[in-house]
Write a protein that binds this ligand. Structure first.
Ligand SMILES: C[S@@+](CC[C@H](N)C(=O)[O-])C[C@H]1O[C@@H](n2cnc3c(N)ncnc32)[C@H](O)[C@@H]1O
Length: 381
């Protein structure tokens, strides 16, 4: 892995052709996207998110980028506009919460993960509005460059079509594609929708820099970390400790082979839901990942063995938070926990699983930089 701390880098701000570009990151979380943009050499001014527990990781690891705690559904766009300098190229990026669009939550909503019952507490409508909030902010500020990142399923939703139309109406050139994260150096088979829009002309995601002959593997990413026992606390690195396993789950993981399924288990270990016809298709839960391929998608629950194929390839335990962070391509020394705050394992896991993989963020940043420098060349001709 190519690892550099963003605060060791001078955000160049000035791109190839001389124009100064500055970035504001909406829904910034703990800064996966911001960190990647900084590594690409863009100057990120600030990130905005309503979850104050993201502040430490966001600011500690990301140079002078400041964290603004605010609800973007009610924040005046004028406040965001005022963050940019008076001249230069304004870049607005963001990754709104993606729960309403993910395959898992869609199934959950239909009741497939919930014993066939519809969920009463489904709150997605509220969250969908955040894409409309993003669109309103773009309309108000008219930044020269816009990018959003989200789950691929978003592309089929009306809210996405509306956002796309609004960008075209405002005069942007728009492209969008589904990025396969291993193509950009992430050892995780996550797929993400990346939309890029520019007032200067065509802007699209750079071509893949890896292929299936040289995708970074789980072994390369986490293979040299110290051995960990399920449930044991690791005082050297709090993040590198694994969730406790019940005796039956310990027996289950011992019966799991890398890349296999619960079908490999003895009948006595199978869950009731596995025995129902609807349960037959959930083959990846209680799975073990394989060493020599990218990992499965790191969700917000990757640190639980029963939540997906999150079993370690050879140790009898689920992934640790540290391993999830590395598979999300965060640098090994990225600091996630404010020493002044109580350590909340579940919350850190959610932050890590929610993040844009840093290396995908870097690819988005590279795409923007190249585009600006080409636009400048064209202006000078
Ligand atoms: C998918 S995560 C963003 C991940 C982040 N871009 C990264 O790369 O680490 C979505 C974020 O939106 C934030 N969020 C949810 N509702 C919000 C709101 N109304 N205003 C501001 N932030 C919000 C959540 O706290 C969460 O951190």
């Amino acid at each position: 892995m190519n690892i550099k701390r963003a605060n060791e880098l001078m955000p160049i701000g000035k791109t190839g052709g001389g124009a100064t570009a500055t970035v504001v990151d909406l829904f910034c979380g703990i800064g996966g996207l911001t960190h990647g943009l900084l590594l690409a050499g863009l100057n990120v001014l600030a990130g905005i998110d309503l979850d104050l527990s993201c502040r430490h990781a966001y600011e500690y690891n990301n140079g002078s980028a400041r964290f603004i705690c605010a609800d973007l559904s009610s924040l005046s766009p004028a406040v965001i506009a005022a963050l940019y300098p008076a001249d230069g190229i304004r870049v607005l990026v963001g990754c709104a919460p993606c729960q309403p669009f993910s395959k898992y939550t869609k199934r959950y909503r239909k009741g497939e993960q919930n014993g066939g019952r519809e969920n009463d507490d489904w709150q997605c409508d509220n969250k969908w509005r955040l894409i409309y909030s993003f669109s309103d902010i773009v309309e108000h500020i008219r930044p020269e460059i816009v990018s959003i990142e989200n789950v691929p399923e978003l592309a089929t939703e009306k809210v996405f079509a509306d956002f796309h139309c609004a960008l075209l109406r405002l005069g942007y050139n728009v492209s969008h594609s589904v990025a396969y994260c291993p193509d950009y150096g992430v050892s995780q088979n996550r797929r993400r929708l990346v939309l890029l829009a520019s007032l200067f002309g065509n802007l699209s995601l750079i071509k893949p820099i890896h292929n299936d002959g040289n995708y970074p593997t789980v072994r390369e990413c986490i293979g040299d970390l110290p051995h960990v026992v399920a449930g044991a606390e690791n005082t050297e690195d709090k993040l590198h400790s694994a969730s406790e396993l019940s005796p039956i789950n310990l027996r289950r993981i011992r019966s799991s082979v890398p890349g296999g399924t619960w079908h490999d288990w003895d009948d006595s270990l199978q869950l009731k839901c596995h025995k129902k016809s609807t349960g037959q298709t959930y083959t990846s839960i209680y799975g073990r990942m394989t060493w020599d391929a990218p990992s499965p998608t790191i969700t917000t629950q990757f640190f639980g063995y029963g939540n997906g194929r999150f079993g370690h390839p050879e140790q009898d335990r689920a992934l640790t938070l540290r391993e999830g962070a590395l598979l999300q391509s965060f640098p090994p020394d990225y600091s996630f926990v404010d020493p002044e705050w109580a350590f909340n394992r579940r919350k850190v896991g959610v932050h890590i699983g929610n993040a844009v993989p840093v290396e995908l963020g870097r690819a988005i940043g590279e795409s923007i930089k190249i585009h600006i420098s080409e636009a400048n060349v064209n202006e000078q001709q």
